[in-house]
Design a protein around this ligand. Structure first.
Ligand code: NAD
Ligand code: USQ
Length: 482
């Protein structure tokens, strides 16, 4: 398991000038590739598919087909390393850019005029292979995705394939791409995955905590002014019986007052890895003057963004299984295939939710409005809160309008979590920066359900019920299906 997961891939490109000057819109001829799996014991696993430096970047002459009639907005504020760079677009490294949130964000930022590089180990695709899972939507390889984006828009996205836990690889990507901002999505993000067995729990915390530590060290060493935009989670706070603030709470205790990090009560080894990340980031902001924004994101739903919907090779992944699928996305697929909606326990579990179109908007807002050096900002990134029962009711009503017969069942809760609780989380900071939320209206639910119906033949109904138990996690490696 560990061996498989720490494997990196090297995508080597021909360095010949002849290859460099070929057009990228004929990608099969633009460069020769060899794809060599390397183990983590081997030296540098770098990988590069990129753009404009001599011998390292392609000079691209592809014709530009505008994505839309709209002129892409330019970034509104830059944090450049040198003032003489002020006219250049900001360079944003998207770690985890082949994943659900990362792919949509990379395209959005590219469309907005940022220079984008994706860094990804592709480990998420490996999890699918290992667990026998698949996205509802067919997803193209990252190479084909990027080539398609280039051919449709004329915009290049650089690609570095490797594991950010490998510091040598990460260092090379930093030295090569020189990011002004790093958006870090590159973690194992499923709570059930982290609760399958000991090895997945350990992998989740190693991958997430060490990966983030390496990013912090890389910023300190190679790009100290770079802004880290890190994806955290609302689940770090748990479900306290008081209002949840954005990152910090002012407390008066025994007559003295201080503003302190909001208490964290995470409820899976995954969610705990995010707490550990936040502590490490906060410390390095203080100790080294790192500039960071922790986006405590709620549960994301939806598939389409302006960019991913323009071509099927740009489609995003959409998980509906019991390990990686999240509540609302799962309910839409369940309704589409006539599976009862799987409400865990009493269904009073309340969380913050947001449309994936708002994820990409929030990340752009965070990048465009960086904090100061040494500042650790925390934004709660969601737009509405719902209980699981409320979501089930909304999907049932929307399904009935489309002629679907939707039922719900109460599944014994595989998790250890409060099923009836107070929940009131603040989320004003991104709105103050200009977020215009896409709320979960009837029309959006209709389109989500229609979309699920469109792909329903790809659904493997055996993957729907949960099979990972928080209480039964053991030390033996578990061969699971969802
Ligand atoms: P995802 O699994 O679809 O994408 C994560 C990507 O990171 C994958 O492509 C994976 O291959 C890559 N990755 C993982 N470890 C890596 C490593 N060590 N080196 C390089 N690449 C690595 O997840 P997602 O749903 O897009 O979530 C992205 C981030 O947003 C995660 O940090 C997650 O915790 C956070 N988040 C997601 C949601 C949600 O509902 N999806 C909600 C809140 C927060
Ligand atoms: N739930 C059900 N039925 C289902 C699926 C989930 O009742 O079929 C319940 C869960 O028990 C939980 C709630 O819905 O109470 C949310 O579960 P989820 O699977 O939708 O989301 P979660 O495990 O919390 O994780 C997801 C992402 C994670 C992110 C987190 C944001 O996978 O990366 O960090 O959402 S938050 O929930 O705010 O922590």
């Amino acid at each position: 398991m560990a061996h498989l997961i720490s494997t990196s891939c090297s995508l080597k490109i021909s360095s010949s000038r002849k290859a460099c000057f070929q057009r990228l819109n004929n990608p099969s001829k633009a460069y020769q590739t060899s794809f060599t799996p390397l183990t983590s014991n081997q030296p540098f696993k770098g990988v590069v598919l990129r753009g404009d430096k001599p011998h390292r970047k392609f000079v691209v002459n592809a014709t530009t087909t505008p994505l839309s009639q709209k002129t892409p907005a330019q970034p509104t504020s830059f944090s450049h390393q040198n003032s003489d760079e002020s006219s250049k677009p900001q360079r944003v490294m998207v770690i985890g850019g082949d994943g659900y949130c990362g792919w949509a964000t990379a395209l959005h930022l590219s469309n907005k005029g940022y220079d984008v590089a994706i860094v990804d180990s592709l480990v998420r695709r490996l999890f699918d292979h290992q667990l026998g899972l698949d996205s509802l939507t067919p997803i193209a390889s990252i190479h084909n995705r990027i080539r398609r984006w280039k051919s449709l828009t004329g915009k290049s996205i650089d690609l570095y394939i490797g594991d950010i836990c490998d510091f040598e690889f990460l260092s090379e990507t930093f030295k090569s791409f020189e990011p002004d901002a790093v958006v870090h999505f590159g973690e194992q993000r499923s709570a059930p995955y982290s609760m399958i067995d000991r090895s997945r729990a350990v992998f989740t915390q190693q991958n997430n905590v060490i990966g983030t530590l390496n990013v912090l060290f890389a910023i300190k060493e190679f790009r100290e002014d770079c802004h880290l935009v890190k994806l955290g989670t609302m689940g770090e706070y748990g479900t306290p019986n008081i209002d949840i603030e954005e990152g910090y709470i002012t407390i008066t205790h025994n007559g003295r007052t201080d503003t302190l990090p909001y208490p964290k009560q995470a409820s899976s080894f995954y969610h705990l890895s995010k707490v550990h990340d936040s502590n490490n980031i906060a410390f390095t902001c203080k100790a080294w003057g790192i500039r960071a924004t922790d986006l405590n994101q709620g549960v994301v739903y939806g598939m389409k963004t302006d960019e991913t919907e323009i071509h099927e090779e740009l489609f995003n992944r959409f998980d509906y299984d019991g390990v990686f699928g999240t509540a609302l996305n799962r309910f839409c697929v369940q309704a589409a295939v006539g599976h009862p909606l799987t409400v865990y326990g009493k269904g009073g579990q309340t969380r913050g939710y947001l449309d994936i179109r708002d994820t990409v908007q929030c990340v752009e807002l965070a990048i465009a409005n960086p904090g100061q050096r040494g500042e650790f900002r925390v934004f709660n990134q969601f737009t509405e809160q719902f209980s699981v029962n409320e979501l089930a009711t909304l999907v049932t009503k929307a399904g009935e309008k489309l002629g679907l017969n939707v039922e719900k069942i109460s599944v014994p809760n595989p998790r250890v979590e409060a099923e009836e609780h107070y929940y009131n989380a603040k989320h004003t900071k991104l709105i103050e920066l200009g977020l215009k939320p896409h709320l979960l209206s009837d029309s959006l639910l209709d389109s989500l359900l229609n979309f699920a119906v469109e792909f329903k033949d790809r659904v493997d109904t055996k993957q729907i019920m949960p099979s990972v138990s928080w209480r039964k996690i053991g030390v033996k490696p578990k061969t699971v299906t969802a």
